[in-house]
Design a protein around this ligand. Structure first.
Ligand SMILES: [Zn+2]
Length: 158
């Protein structure tokens, strides 16, 4: 993320800038603007919102500023470069017949999601109606049969 936002970059090129609510007003560079007719705002994704109340088109305003339309929008590269969660490991939850009921998926950066087979070779990321079982149920049942002590821990890894 650069320290100068897109809207700041535009503001430094304008004259007569003043705050107006959550945005700014300034003299429009695309026409002979005696009063500040240009409204500026910042979109939720950081894009610059421009509107000249005298009716100048945005490309004309951008050209008068010595900028290009792409200078108003956050770069696509920034989006692509954003760190993406990747799957680190999965934990299978099986029923007593070792049939997969659902999976806990562990991501990096650390995050967990749950999914179940949708029956068509893909996953459904909801566990509505899925039977919740203990992790390693088949082993737990075997241990119970063998009268072993079972420790229930917080996380699958433990
Ligand atoms: Zn204008």
């Amino acid at each position: 993320m650069s320290s100068v936002t897109l809207v700041q970059n535009v503001l430094t090129r304008l004259e007569g800038v003043r705050r107006n609510g959550s945005g700014w007003m300034a003299r429009c560079p695309a026409h002979d603007d005696g009063r500040a007719s240009l409204s500026l705002g910042e979109g939720g994704d950081g894009r610059v919102l421009l509107k000249c109340f005298a009716g100048c088109e945005t490309p004309a305003i951008v050209a008068a500023l010595g900028l290009e339309m792409s200078d108003l929008f956050p770069p696509r590269e920034a989006e692509a470069a954003a760190p993406r969660a990747r799957i680190v490991t999965t934990y299978d939850y099986l029923d007593e017949n070792r049939k997969l009921l659902f999976q806990v998926v562990r991501y990096a950066p650390k995050d967990f999601r749950q999914r179940r087979p949708d029956g068509n070779g893909d996953w459904t990321w909801k566990l509505d109606g899925v039977r919740r079982v203990l992790y390693r149920l088949p082993e737990v049942l075997k241990s119970v049969a063998e009268e072993c002590t079972i420790y229930i821990t917080e996380g699958e890894r433990d």
